[in-house]
Design a protein around this ligand. Sequence first.
Ligand code: GUN
Length: 290
Amino acid sequence: MEITAIILDGKALSQKIKNDLKQQAQSLKEKGVVPRLAVVIVGNDSASRIYVNAKKKACEEIGIISEEYALAENTTEQQLLELVEKLNNNEEVNGILVQLPLPGHINENAVINAISPDKDVDAFHPVNVGKIMIGNYDFLPCTPAAIMELISQSGIDTEGKECVVIGRSNIVGKPVAMLLLHSHGTVTICHSRTKNLAQVIKRADIVVAAVGRAEMITGDMIKDGAVVIDVGINRQEGKKIVGDVHFESCEKKAYAITPVPGGVGPMTIAMLMKNTIKSADISLKKRKKI
Ligand code: GUN
């Protein structure tokens, strides 16, 4: 008999989280703090524009003020650094998000390093990355947090499980591996140089695919009853958006699987909202102490 997997519905779960955050935003407002997120976008990347619009819409829904800084493609690194500095010094701004990727002439690391760690709602700053490594943090990076939330809210236990992360990016692969480790998983990180990738994936109880290659994980590669988390958003010209996982074949073998769209994506935005509210809450607590 063929089984069909539980669909991990990120859209529904993110709505629940956003409803909760809306109440927290209201309560902060009553205490005199209106949560505010500054969103910086440089150039004309069409995917970045879609993501930024989705983030702004979520802010509106929750009651977070979003202010957008849309800068021209030829903005210099110095100009961008000056804007970041201005936002760092603006007490009304709780979160700063510089949408990546930046144009090639701007050093992304220099910009990430310039964002105040207290306002770094992406958790990309080395100080925040280090805190995550130790397990003592204020902000979690949004996509890894989204993945962990989807897993835990679905009642899936990671303790002692074989977790295989495919992709080693700073934004997803490395931090999600660390979070799975904190939650007592046995973690393997695979990448383009991994030998016997198929064998490694086959032993996984939990697979996280974050490579950016359309439908590369197929049903024959996964173990019966595996949990499959798809981080990919691959826009193919003239075709529908697909993940890194071949949904139809994996759905037949997995215990649970995230769809694309409607899985990790909407949860990532909810986690950004959560970080922004948290930052506003921390600033209120600091203000009270003074
Ligand atoms: N580009 C792709 N994902 C992200 C993200 O989570 N944050 C930012 N700032 N840029 C991105």
